[in-house]
Design a binder for this molecule. Structure first.
Ligand code: ZN
Length: 384
């Protein structure tokens, strides 16, 4: 089994070569649009059929290399089958394959076939990307031009995954309350900086949104890109550390199943600010990063129902009733009304999640095989 990861590398591009890159991007988009039109007119979604219908014409009209045209046909077919459909392809990316792309590890250079032939580009990358690419001979990549005019090559690498080992140990991870993540092993990642960044962008957005000029729209787009990239960077880091820790302790990672979190969080009457904090793809993206990194590292990932995890005492498993004024949670503190146990609220939730995960793992061999919701009191002690 393998897991495909994408390594994004900046290219060193001399001004005179940039023109040829742009031309290739233009022609590739042009090819895609021509193919898309034929596909729609004839109602064809199949790669082979579309190839017969378009290949010769498109090669002649665009002057692209044979494999570029093949990739354009694949791109269009993929797009037609996708849930989100592009109406018009823009000259921002070109799909490359083994014949149009080569990575030379020793010299950190990529060879790309452009409209005028093969050109070499130096990769401007750090140790992180070099490490990801080490020892691989990637055969597919995407050439991308970003909005700021920089060129990137996104290299696909098939990393072998390890079968997850069986382990009785679990690390519970609580996501997105006060901290971005908190674990039952007492590690937390503060959301403060992230929230600051988000609030800043949201303020600027609110300012700009009222103006409907072209430059305002451009600014909005740039902001969303910056915010997203910062969030991605944060999520990469957190997921990397979580998976490393689980690997080191030979433990499974346990998360709440947040599939419906948007619904349930939005039900509560919370401020606009609060809603914005929960109603984004950040949780989803963090869990996706964890899943693919875990697959590579051979770490088990489990999901448990999110009910009661923040209301349950990790020591005596007493579930508190919801009484807003007599809250057992005071800001970052959790205090059990039954046994008096006190702890950081996020870590406390992490502990409960970890215990739930342990119950799931051990359910194969023990009596705990019932649905978990509402059964927390039956949990054995000290499993985490
Ligand atoms: Zn308690």
């Amino acid at each position: 089994m393998t897991q495909t990861i994408t390594v994004s590398c900046k290219l060193e591009v001399a001004p005179d070569v940039a023109t040829e890159l742009d031309e290739t991007l233009e022609m590739f988009a042009d090819a895609c649009n021509r193919i898309l039109k034929v596909a729609k007119d004839k109602g064809v979604k199949n790669v082979t059929k579309l190839h017969h219908l378009t290949y010769n014409d498109v090669r002649l009209m665009t002057g692209l290399k044979a494999n570029h045209v093949c990739q354009a046909i694949r791109r269009v077919c993929g797009n037609l089958k996708a849930s989100y459909k592009i109406k018009q392809f823009k000259p921002t990316s070109v799909s490359l394959d083994a014949r149009t792309f080569r990575y030379e590890e020793e010299s950190q250079v990529v060879g790309l076939t452009l409209i005028g032939g093969r050109k070499k580009f130096k990769l401007l990358i750090g140790n992180y990307q070099r490490g990801l690419l080490k020892g691989y001979k990637p055969t597919s990549a995407t050439l991308v031009k970003r909005r700021n005019g920089d060129y990137y090559i996104q290299i696909c690498v098939d990393v072998p995954t390890q079968p997850p080992g069986k382990t009785p140990k679990t690390i519970g991870v609580d996501l997105g309350r006060k901290s971005i993540a908190a674990t039952s092993t007492e590690k937390t990642w503060s959301g403060e900086k992230l929230n600051q960044v988000r609030d800043k962008y949201s303020r600027v957005r609110a300012n700009v949104q009222s103006k409907r000029t072209k430059s305002a729209k451009r600014l909005l787009r740039r902001l969303s890109g910056k915010e997203r990239r910062f969030q991605s960077w944060v999520n990469h880091n957190i997921s990397k550390q979580l998976v490393a820790e689980a690997g080191k302790l030979n433990a499974a990672l346990v998360f709440e199943d947040l599939t419906n979190i948007r619904k349930s969080l939005n039900k509560k009457p919370c401020s606009k600010k609060e809603r914005r904090k929960t109603n984004n793809w950040a949780f989803y993206s963090l869990r996706m990063y964890v899943l693919y990194k875990s697959a590579i590292a051979g770490v088990t990932v489990l999901f448990v129902p999110p009910a009661y995890t923040s209301k349950t005492c990790a020591r005596c498993h007493h579930i508190h009733p919801e009484e807003p004024k007599k809250s057992y949670r005071r800001r970052e503190k959790y205090k059990c009304g039954n046994c008096g146990w006190e702890h950081n609220a996020d870590i406390s939730a992490g502990l409960v999640i970890s215990q739930l995960g342990a119950a799931v793992i051990n359910s194969e061999s023990s009596v705990m095989s019932c649905p978990l919701e509402g059964q927390l009191n039956l949990l054995p002690m000290g499993l985490h």
